[in-house]
Design a protein around this ligand. Structure first.
Ligand SMILES: [Zn+2]
Length: 257
C-alpha cells in the first residue's frame, strides 16, 4: 500500500501546523522534525506493541513506515490492540493498521506486508531501514530480526510484554545483541509466546510508548539512552530498572562480524 506524499525535505505549511507542538519543544527543532520526515522505519508485528508504536511514530511525523504481520484480527486482540475495532475482524492487521496511519497523517508513506518476516524477505526489508522496531510475538522472528539488523548494521529497538512485565532494549552499531542477552539455546526451548499467555491491556501499550519514544530520540536527536541496556518495567510495582548487558563470547551473530 503506497501513498504518494510530500517527499521534499522541507516541511510544508500544513506539516508545520501538524507538528507545531513538537517544533515548539525546547531541544526539538525543525531540523529534528525534518530528520523524522526522511526516516524509514520497519515495524515487525502489528499486535499490541506494533499498533501503538506505529501510530505514535505516524503522528510524530516519521516519513516512511513499513508494517509486516501475517496475522488477521481476532476478537481477543481488541482488548489491547488499539488500532482495531469489531469492524476489522478477519482482516489483515498490517493492512488495517496502515489505513489507520494514513488517515491520521496524510503526509507520510506507509507500506503493509501481510507475510511473516523470514529468510526470504528479511534482508531486503531490513537493509534499507534507519531503525527497526520489533514487537512481534515469537522468539524465532526476534532472533532473525536481530541477526539481520546486526548483519546490515541497522539499529534495533525491541519491546516485549507478557503478563504484568515489559522489556525494552536497543542494539546499535558496535553494541552487544539480542542473542548475547538471550542465548538461543536457552530461550528457544521455552515455548512461551505472547499469543499463548495472559497480558493486561495496558502493559503492551506502556512498552510500545517507551519503544516509540526511544525511536524518536534516536531518529530526531541521535540519542541512544538504552543502547546495550535492558529496561525492565514491572506493571505491579510500576518500578522501572535499567541494566547493562555484555557481549556473549559464544554469540554466533557477534562472532560473525
Ligand atoms: Zn551478540
Amino acid at each position: 500500500m503506497n501513498q504518494s506524499s510530500d517527499l521534499d525535505l522541507e516541511l510544508s505549511e500544513s506539516e508545520m501546523h501538524l507538528y507545531s507542538r513538537q517544533i515548539l519543544l525546547d531541544g526539538w527543532d525543525i531540523e529534528a522534525q525534518e530528520k523524522l520526515k526522511l526516516s524509514n522505519v520497519l515495524i515487525v508485528g502489528c499486535g499490541g506493541i506494533g499498533c501503538a508504536s506505529a501510530e505514535l511514530l505516524a503522528r510524530a511525523g516519521v516519513g516512511k513506515m513499513t508494517l509486516i504481520d501475517a496475522d488477521t484480527i481476532e476478537i481477543s486482540n481488541l482488548q489491547r490492540q488499539m488500532a482495531f475495532t469489531e469492524m476489522d475482524l478477519g482482516f489483515y492487521k498490517a493492512e488495517i493498521l496502515a489505513k489507520r496511519l494514513m488517515s491520521i497523517n496524510p503526509h507520510i508513506q506507509v507500506n503493509s506486508i501481510t507475510a511473516k518476516l523470514d529468510a526470504s524477505n528479511a534482508e531486503s526489508l531490513i537493509a534499507s531501514q534507519d531503525v527497526v522496531l520489533d514487537g512481534c510475538d515469537n522468539f524465532t522472528t526476534r532472533y532473525s530480526v536481530n541477526a539481520v539488523c546486526k548483519q546490515f548494521n541497522v539499529p534495533l529497538i525491541s519491546a516485549s510484554a507478557i503478563g504484568f512485565q515489559g522489556q525494552l532494549f536497543m542494539v546499535e552499531g558496535d553494541s552487544a545483541c539480542y542473542e548475547c542477552l538471550f542465548p538461543k539455546e536457552q530461550h528457544m526451548n521455552e515455548s512461551l509466546r505472547c499469543a499463548d499467555s495472559g497480558v493486561l491491556a495496558t502493559t503492551p501499550n506502556v512498552m510500545a510508548s517507551l519503544q516509540a519514544h526511544h525511536a524518536l530520540l534516536y531518529l530526531g536527536l541521535n540519542l541512544t539512552p538504552i543502547k546495550q541496556k535492558l529496561l525492565l518495567w514491572d506493571g505491579l510495582s510500576m518500578k522501572q530498572r535499567i541494566l547493562g548487558f555484555n557481549f556473549d563470547e559464544n554469540c554466533p551473530i557477534c562472532q560473525a562480524r
